[in-house]
Design a protein around this ligand. Structure first.
Ligand code: IVH
Length: 716
């Protein structure tokens, strides 16, 4: 039986289908985990989950509390053993234009304190569009192969990787005793087409693109299936290594070749920006004939000593960037413009589009950014528009195709009232610059339901409290029923499981009655099995909330949803204050703002937003109420112990051996806190020539003062 296409389902059919899928997927999960006797292939199982997700995307209100989508990856993670990467597998910053590339090289040059015109050799490599893998060799023998996972922890897929002929089981030459080689597993166009033909012939689902099929192939439980699919591997970087056999990226790739790996034959050492950009254009023209997918070019500072000095920002190295190829585009019709109100009150216009496939993905919505953007595009409902999608970035509307504009299409008028609470929506003016903000924001604050609900959704989302089973629909439902107003209320739910159960049951009954009404049937009372299932859902939800009563400081800070404070910033703040008590005290202190601002990566805007948040009494009250439920675990000190870890350091005067930025980054990587002002809490002042008032402050507070050389000696 072929299932009805998702686009054609009525809401009633969708609800039925989601119920069926939840049960079917659950049964497969059970057979798989508990009984270890799966009755379905991986691909068919994935197809079920994909269908479930597609229906939920079309009918977001029908998402079930027990939907399998709340357990994304549950099966996958149980399938393979976890591997903690000895060194994290990082991602790359992106460049989209020649200017971005010039900026990248400029940043590198400034960080290293090089003079204008001083060139940096850069290794340029095609960016292979596959999936990255890490191969661990001990004494030249492959002992483990893992996927990237979230960068910290991947999955052990050794048996599958062993079947790839580009991956040597034993290395040639004289490799380091411990060597983790990292690179990309990919599938050529030829192998991809052959595989899909075979799948079709066997009546199995086909893959959308070579990347997906490579990913699907290495994550097969049965290595024989992986072996039957032609996969390839290019080596391009490394993780843990007992000794470096070369001093440059190009030298390392040469060594990889000696050890028996395949290195992409197109890699090229470039001496300056012009050569780099020439390489990019050259690869762009060759792209279609390569026989495998690439989605850009990667540039890496060639000298490893410079890489070491440059270090990392968040999860990407400062010494590399990915220059992406332009995104894929498609034409479709703008069927409507909807305004969504976010947690900060921002009115975000979303384009509702006639569904269109762009680069293998069906796109239904695109961002229109803001009021000015709609005006610039002169986008009108009914217009034919060109949209673009780049990687995992939200699709955008590029331009309107005026020739196709229907007669009578009216210019769009952006609302000046919040569509949810009716408060005025205004564009703030920056007092300092006099500039008008691009975003219009609802002024409703606490009285705006949309903002409150979005804040709560953000609070429980993945990078925040990550409460399993508590998704957006449920938050909305509990909010509507008066169960939730602020974060602490989420934990208070654990004291009223009956009420939660009743609300969920009612909700389900309403949905199902609506369905029956739509089908013209009499309402019925259902009892028994359904209630049992509801009980289980409530029980699981209570347990999931309970589990999150212990939370890391960084997650907590992120979850608060302070404007301009995302995951990375939250981590920086947590690293600085370490404990919740120190953080709360710090926010009460008079110099809170200066202290925040003195942290690398936290500018004035962020510091101000945080102080504004704490200046609001109701925020502090809500946070205190929340803290009554929580045990906040302190942020761990950096693992490398160094003579300066935990110390507060101030740099002043001119530094001669490195730039201020590098000095700061290095000190921080050794676990020191770098501050911009000297106080009694300062441990060391590093003073170069020309040091002034800070040096005096140091003497006043009796703080240890040293020059740059002494500092370098201290940190080794
Ligand atoms: S270097 C710290 N080199 O791109 C360096 N990555 O966006 C990390 N990729 O996860 C990677 N070709 O899967 C590097 N020549 C290349 C690459 C490459 C493809 C992928 C890789 C990585 C992603 C980062």
């Amino acid at each position: 039986m072929t299932a009805k296409p998702v686009e054609k389902l009525t809401s009633a059919e969708a609800e039925k289908e989601l119920d069926r899928l939840a049960r079917e997927i659950d049964a497969h999960d059970r057979r798989y985990h508990a009984e270890d006797a799966p009755t379905i292939s991986d691909a068919d199982y994935d197809a079920l989950r994909r269908r479930n997700a597609a229906i939920e995307e079309r009918f977001p209100l029908l998402v079930r509390p027990d939907s399998p989508s709340h357990r994304v990856g549950a099966k996958a993670s149980a399938k393979f053993t976890k591997v903690v990467h000895a060194r994290p597998m990082l991602s790359l910053d992106n460049a989209f234009s020649d200017e971005d590339v010039a900026d990248f090289l400029g940043r590198v040059r400034r960080f290293l304190g090089l003079k204008e015109g001083e060139e940096i050799a850069v290794m340029a490599e095609p960016k292979i569009d596959g999936l990255s893998a890490s191969l661990r060799y001990e004494k030249g023998v492959l002992v483990q192969g893992a996927t990237r996972g979230d960068g910290q922890e991947g999955e052990d897929i050794t048996a599958n990787l062993r079947t790839i002929s580009d991956i040597p089981l034993r290395l040639k030459g004289k490799p380091p005793a411990v060597l983790e080689v990292r690179g990309e597993v990919y599938m050529t166009h030829k192998a991809f087409e052959a595989l899909n033909k075979r799948q079709e012939k066997d009546g199995k689902p086909t893959y959308a693109n070579p990347r997906n099929s490579a990913a699907g192939s290495v994550r097969q439980l049965d290595p024989a299936i992986t072996a039957s699919r032609t996969l390839n591997f290019f080596a391009y970087t490394w993780g843990e290594i007992s000794e470096l056999p070369a001093k440059t990226q190009s030298g390392m790739l040469e060594k990889f070749r000696e050890y028996g790996f395949t290195v992409n034959p197109l890699v090229k050492l470039c001496d300056n920006l012009d050569e780099v950009l020439k390489f990019y254009r050259d690869i762009e023209t060759k792209r279609a004939r390569l026989g495998y997918d690439i989605d850009g070019v990667v540039y890496k500072v060639d000298r490893l000593d410079l890489q070491e000095r440059l270090g990392f920002v968040s999860r990407s190295p400062r010494w590399a960037t990915a220059h992406k190829f332009p995104a894929e585009q498609a034409e479709t019709v703008l069927e409507g413009i909807e305004i969504q109100v976010g947690r900060t009150g921002k009115l975000a216009p979303v384009a509702r589009l006639k569904p269109v496939t762009v680069g293998g993905v069906v796109v239904r919505n695109a961002t229109l950014h803001n009021e000015d953007e709609i005006a610039r595009l002169d986008a009108r409902v009914g217009d034919t528009v060109m949209i673009q999608r780049a990687g995992d970035v939200i699709p955008q509307v590029l331009r309107v195709i005026l020739e196709k504009r229907p007669r009578g299409a009216k210019p769009y008028k952006f609302p000046d009232k919040c569509p949810i609470c009716g408060s005025h929506a205004v564009r703030e003016v920056d007092e300092k610059t006099g500039k008008v903000d691009v975003d219009r924001r609802c002024t409703g604050g606490l009285i705006c339901d949309a903002q409150t609900v979005e804040r709560l959704k953000y609070f429980v989302a993945r990078d925040g409290f990550d409460i399993e089973g508590l998704g957006g629909t449920m938050i909305e439902l509990f909010y509507d029923k008066g169960l939730l107003k602020e974060p602490a209320d989420i934990f208070a739910l654990t004291e009223k499981p009956e009420k939660v159960g009743r609300i969920l049951a009612e909700h389900r009954a309403v949905l199902s009655e609506e369905r029956r009404a739509a089908e013209g049937k009499e309402p019925v009372k259902t009892k028994g099995k359904k209630e049992e299932r509801e009980d289980k859902v409530v029980e699981n939800l209570m347990a999931a909330i309970e589990r999150r009563r212990t939370i890391g400081l960084d997650r907590l800070i992120n979850a608060l949803g302070i404007r301009h404070v995302g995951e990375t910033t939250a981590r920086l703040i947590a690293r600085h204050y370490r404990t919740i008590d120190a953080f709360m005290d710090g926010m009460k202190a008079e110099n809170a703002r200066e202290e925040l601002e003195s942290q690398e990566g936290l500018g004035g805007v962020v510091a101000e937003a945080i102080c504004d948040f704490f200046a609001e009494k109701h925020n502090v009250k809500a946070l205190n109420r929340l803290l009554e439920w929580l045990t906040v675990t302190p942020m761990a000190a950096p693992s490398r112990s160094s003579p300066v870890s935990g110390k507060t350091v101030v740099f002043t005067g001119t530094l001669e051996k490195m730039t201020r930025q590098e000095a700061k980054a290095r000190a921080e990587s050794l676990g020191a806190k770098v501050s911009g002002s000297v106080s009694a809490k300062t441990d060391i002042v590093v003073a170069g020539p020309g040091a002034g008032s800070k040096l005096k402050d140091a003497q006043k507070h009796n703080v240890q003062v040293m020059d740059e050389d002494a500092w370098l000696k201290l940190i080794g």
